[in-house]
Design a protein around this ligand. Structure first.
Ligand SMILES: Nc1nc2c(ncn2[C@@H]2O[C@H](COP(=O)(O)OP(=O)(O)OP(=O)(O)O)[C@@H](O)[C@H]2O)c(=O)[nH]1
Ligand SMILES: [Mg+2]
Length: 305
């Protein structure tokens, strides 16, 4: 008897820092989304396609963390989250299982009231739990706040609970054809991922308000047989932030460049020369034209995902 083939779109939503991007990367088995221990790392939606030949194709969509939007950038981020709730086959609502249930969680759950799609509660970071006894009461709190179709405790970092999560996801998908070829992994162009990897290294190197003020764009990408030359600009909002990113005698920027280049070489399988430039651009988070240019989808005039 032929097994039925399942396919569908599955969005990962939840508060910032809950591990959505980490989970996307581990489910796909490839780094597609940058990860940092700072909230609001992800600024747009990112597709990752998992094809299980003869069995299923799951199109995961990573999204920015649910938060109260104040700037134009943050409003766009929340628009991405809301768009990712529509026309999906299944939603994964990620929470940090090492944190007690609180008001912010309740507020984040509110966004789910706008959708009729089934939502699975994913309790991530269970590796941080010293006392596993807190898990059941936590699940009860979440179940009281929303009617989740299922719940799965996982650790994206340690790879715990992922088989069970895959099983629950596949069960929640309808029968359907593959939407993409077997080797298709993401809609995100390498040029955008390159800019993101640079931003990730800046986030790792800075603290407090600096991460929120950083934008990275690739200005030029010159491919040659021996080496690919990438020229990118790191934008910050204030001169003091520029000094922090550059560091003493340029050491900070040099380290950011080295780490970003090494990771790009590994991921893209090519030799890279990376040239980084830091520029102060006050108020870029409020400027629509600049925000359009930052996100490859609006840059290319493509439809929102
Ligand atoms: N201990 C532990 N840490 C995790 C786990 N999953 C993610 N993290 C860490 O949590 C932090 C946030 O991870 P991200 O994947 O960037 O979180 P996110 O939900 O995508 O965050 P935003 O993009 O800001 O919404 C990083 O420091 C991760 O290494 C996990 O299972 N266990
Ligand atoms: Mg993220």
């Amino acid at each position: 008897m032929l097994r039925i083939f399942r396919s569908g779109f599955v969005s990962l939503v939840g508060r910032p820092n809950t591990g959505k991007s980490t989970l996307l990367n581990v489910l796909i088995g490839q780094k597609l989304a940058i990860v940092a221990d700072k909230p609001q790392t992800t600024r747009t939606s990112i597709q990752g396609v998992l094809t299980l030949p003869g069995e299923a194709q799951v199109i995961f969509v990573d999204t920015p963390g649910i938060h109260r939007a104040d700037t134009a950038l943050n409003k766009r981020m929340m628009d991405k989250v809301r768009a990712a709730l529509e026309e999906r086959d299944l939603l994964l609502f990620l929470v940090d299982a090492s944190q007690a249930f609180g008001e912010e969680d309740r507020r984040a759950i509110d966004i789910l009231n706008k959708t009729s799609t089934s939502v699975v509660l994913v309790l991530n970071k269970v590796d941080l739990l010293k006392d596993k006894g807190v898990l059941l009461p936590l699940i009860e709190h979440y179940k009281a706040a929303y009617e989740f179709v299922d719940y799965v405790p996982v650790s994206a970092v340690k790879g715990l609970g992922l088989d069970e999560l895959r099983r629950v996801i596949l069960e929640g998908l309808p029968e359907g054809p593959a939407y993409f070829p077997d080797d298709y992994v993401t809609d995100q162009p390498e040029r955008f991922l390159a800019a993101e990897l640079i931003r990730e290294k800046v986030l790792h190197a800075t603290r407090q308000e600096v991460p929120h003020s950083v934008a990275v764009a690739v200005d030029r990408w010159e491919q040659a047989p021996q080496i690919t030359r990438i020229y990118a600009t790191i934008r910050v909002e204030r001169p003091g932030q520029k000094a922090i990113v550059i560091g003493s005698h340029g050491a900070g920027l040099k380290k950011i460049g080295t780490l970003a280049r090494q990771e790009m070489e590994r991921l893209f399988g090519i030799r890279i020369y990376l040239s980084l430039h830091v520029r102060v651009q006050p108020g870029w988070r409020e400027k629509a034209i600049f925000l359009d240019a930052l996100d490859w989808r609006t840059m290319a005039g493509e439809d929102d995902l």
